[in-house]
Design a binder for this molecule. Structure first.
Ligand code: ZN
Length: 245
């Protein structure tokens, strides 16, 4: 694989400002035409508004046991950040490449795309699948529709290599996520008789504090892929000023 090719591709990918709130279609169309020129067909799986798309392509025989090379095309915003270089223009300093998404994770996408001619020239006995998604940074939303169609589109792969930055160390698997919503109901009463009621807000506050204590069991993460974290995200409570429930 030519380093020049992956760098050139990375410059193109970084040039698409695919912040999650915006469309990624310009980038996806660029990838599609790049693959098309190499003779690789791909499928786009759009969101409902057709403003964003996942991309799926396969190289090699339609056999089970292939490898999925997967990454997200969106990046986090740059608003309000003190960038010293233009974030959506690839630049080099001291032998390092800078630009929004160079590490997370357009660098990986560029490397994968640069390797496609190599895959095509190789006598592959198992297929290589490219699976690029949208809206990862806002909750892995885009990949869901890709996962929905994957079993119908490709024979079961053996593994998936996801190019999230892990300081160049392989990470086998990723921590999971558990989200819970909790409703706490009290017993309403007039504020003059507050001791006879059950104040749901106060019980909720105790619960949140308790969960905070549980969160202290885990040391601060040095890497988001393996360390456990816990947080309270959103609270809505209370019905009136005089009658808490
Ligand atoms: Zn990422």
């Amino acid at each position: 694989m030519s380093e020049w090719r992956s760098r050139s591709l990375l410059a193109q990918l970084v040039g698409f400002a695919t912040v999650s709130r915006d469309s990624n279609l310009a980038l996806i169309e660029f990838v599609r035409s790049y693959l098309h020129e190499l003779g690789v067909a791909c499928e786009l799986i759009y969101n409902a508004e057709r403003t964003k798309a996942n991309l799926l392509a396969s190289i090699g025989p339609a056999e089970e046991g292939g490898v999925v090379l997967s990454g997200h095309t969106d990046v986090v915003p740059v608003d309000g950040q003190a960038w010293t270089v233009e974030p959506f223009v690839l630049s080099e300093r001291d032998g390092k490449l800078y630009g929004r998404g160079t590490a997370d994770m357009k660098g990986y996408l560029a490397s994968v795309l640069a390797a496609v001619p190599l895959f095509l020239a190789s006598p592959l006995r198992r297929p290589v699948h490219l699976a690029f998604s949208y809206d990862e940074e806002v909750g892995c939303l885009g990949v869901r529709s890709l996962l929905d169609v994957l079993p119908q589109r490709i024979p079961a792969p053996a593994l998936c290599l996801i190019g999230e930055p892990t300081e160049l160390q392989p990470v086998l698997g990723h921590k999971g996520k558990l989200a819970m919503r909790c409703h706490i109901k009290g017993a309403a009463c007039h504020s003059a008789y507050a001791p006879y009621g059950v104040n749901a807000i106060e019980h909720a506050a105790r619960l949140i504090g308790h969960l905070g204590e549980i969160g202290k069991r885990w040391p601060p993460p040095s890497c988001t892929t393996s360390a456990s974290t816990r947080r309270t995200r959103r609270c809505r409570w209370g019905r009136s000023r005089a009658v808490p429930r």
